[in-house]
Design a protein around this ligand. Structure first.
Ligand code: BGC
Length: 303
């Protein structure tokens, strides 16, 4: 999903409570932003190599593999590119994949251009050390420019999963399709129906996406925990998340809040911020990390 606005619409019950809390967070964030102190903007860089050495959660979502090299050697341990091979020979033929990050292949949808190369590409990645496979990207999302694969019913997605993903069961951990945080019938409703329809399927982990306002971090935490429930306690991967339409300092605030939470919450196995692109985790010229990228790489503590 790119700059897309799919926010859940309910505003009562749990949602009402979340919105009240979010408004409080917003007030805090706003006053922080306008105060002269930068204290609460500072990110605590762990003193050891990793705050939680036993977990390696942080990853990259990229199109251009050459940009992943800016993250060498520290916090980032895995990467994916919405495709089944680490270098997309059509769009970025001359890139060199980053071998220090474990590549995770994705079957973006079940169109024949992607399924025709899937088994060979997935197997090549497994041979190179990958141990997870990602299925369809936002099958619940339709609409030009929104980045979803718009695959129709959860039953159809489940049938395709059986054809293309299930043969790898036991040889790799298999991820369910990554749903958006759109309201029903999208999002977690779609996921629930997918799981219900995928009888006999091996589903090892649950990828999800999240976009909303930069200050609405409580909604992210709530959504991740809901997904953990709907997914039956399977590990959650957040393969895209970002505040939409947020300025850099707002994204800094957002990451500063959410990264420690994602690292400590046991239900989350991996996550990847959206995304490894110029003007986001990469600077505007594409020549190195942005301030956000340095924070993401645990190399910068103050905005
Ligand atoms: C799309 C991908 C695309 C990525 C980066 C995602 O939302 O689904 O196909 O490569 O955005 O632009």
């Amino acid at each position: 999903m790119k700059n897309s606005i799919v926010s859940a619409s309910a505003n009562s019950g749990v949602w009402g409570a979340i919105q009240v809390k979010a408004a409080a967070s917003y007030a805090t964030a706003t006053s922080t932003a306008t105060s002269t102190s930068t204290t609460s903007f500072d990110y605590t860089i762990p003193t050891s190599n990793d705050l939680y050495p036993s977990v390696r959660k942080r990853g990259l979502a990229y199109n251009d593999a050459s940009l992943t090299h800016f993250f060498n050697g520290f916090k980032v341990s895995w990467a994916y590119n919405w495709y089944s091979a680490p270098v997309d020979s059509t769009s970025h033929p001359s890139d060199t994949p980053n071998l220090s990050q474990t590549f995770v292949p994705m079957l973006w949808s079940d169109t024949s251009d992607l399924t025709s190369v899937w088994a060979a590409n997935a197997q090549a990645a497994l041979n190179a050390g990958a141990d997870h496979l990602l299925a369809f990207n936002e099958p619940d999302q339709c609409g030009d420019g929104l980045g979803g694969s718009c695959m129709g019913s959860p039953a159809h997605a489940a049938a395709s999963y059986k054809t293309w993903m299930q043969p790898f069961a036991g040889r790799a951990k298999l991820g369910a399709p990554a749903v958006t945080n759109g309201g029903s019938p999208m999002g977690l409703t779609y996921l629930e129906y997918f799981i219900g329809n995928c009888t006999g399927c091996t589903i090892d982990f649950i990828p999800i996406h999240w976009y909303d306002q930069w200050w609405n971090v409580d909604y992210l935490y709530w959504y991740v925990q809901q997904a953990y429930q709907v997914g039956g306690g399977r590990p959650i991967w957040i393969t895209e998340f970002a505040p939409w339409g947020a300025e850099e300092w707002q994204q800094w605030w957002f990451l500063n809040q959410t990264l420690p939470w994602l690292d400590q919450y046991d239900g989350v196995e991996r996550y990847a911020y959206f995304g490894t692109f110029d003007g986001m985790l990469i600077n505007d010229n594409g020549t190195g990390l942005s301030r956000l990228g340095e924070l993401y790489n645990e190399r910068r503590s103050s905005y």
